[in-house]
Design a protein around this ligand. Sequence first.
Ligand SMILES: [Fe+2]
Length: 244
Amino acid sequence: MPMMSRRHLMLAATGAAAIAAAPRFAFAQAAAPAAATPFVLPPLTYPVAALEPHIDAKTMEIHHGKHHAAFIGNLNTFAKDNPTIATMSPVEVLGKLGDVPEAIRTGIRNNMGGHANHSMFWQIMGPNGGKPEGEVLAAIDRDLGGMEKFTTDFNAAGGRQFGSGWVFVTVDKAGKLAIETRPNQDNPAMDGKRALMGNDVWEHAYYLNYQNRRADYLKAWWNTVNWKVIGERYAAAKAGTLGV
Ligand SMILES: [Fe+2]
């Protein structure tokens, strides 16, 4: 995405050594001239109806075009006075929330978390998503007890999450997987992990079609999962290059 490109340009301009020597980022200072709206809604790579009947087109349209877009709009508002947030990747910002000025910290936590979570979510879904294979399947067998236990445990965790939040499969640098939930729009990057994949259990993700039947949504959602992308994300996580 454009933001990542700018980050790479910034790294190239300043040098990785300089970044490594500055463990705390100066959020209150403008690091570079910023675009008026540096955050951009990542487009869906498939039509909004592509996940039907499991996720209906109207839900996708509102979820992506209104909910995710609202996070983008809010981040662009924050970036006017705090342009540094747009020069770092979302996972870097979320990993250093303590460095964000207190006045905007909750807003950045919610909106950058929402941007990161939803960017992941659109990526790991798609039509004709295939089946898990290769290294990621081996990791599921090793760490999560195989596909049947994994899907049962994942759905149970998503069902137990009280109120709004997410159920994730987190991955650490060694490639170890774990099922973990987070409230609100919190993201595993906030505690140094990465989301390999995850399901949104906010009511806005399913209410039009499933109403209060979250368990039915959790079960049907597996039909939308894009295992090719998740396999690629697993390889990137092990290489240390997985972003959102
Ligand atoms: Fe959502």
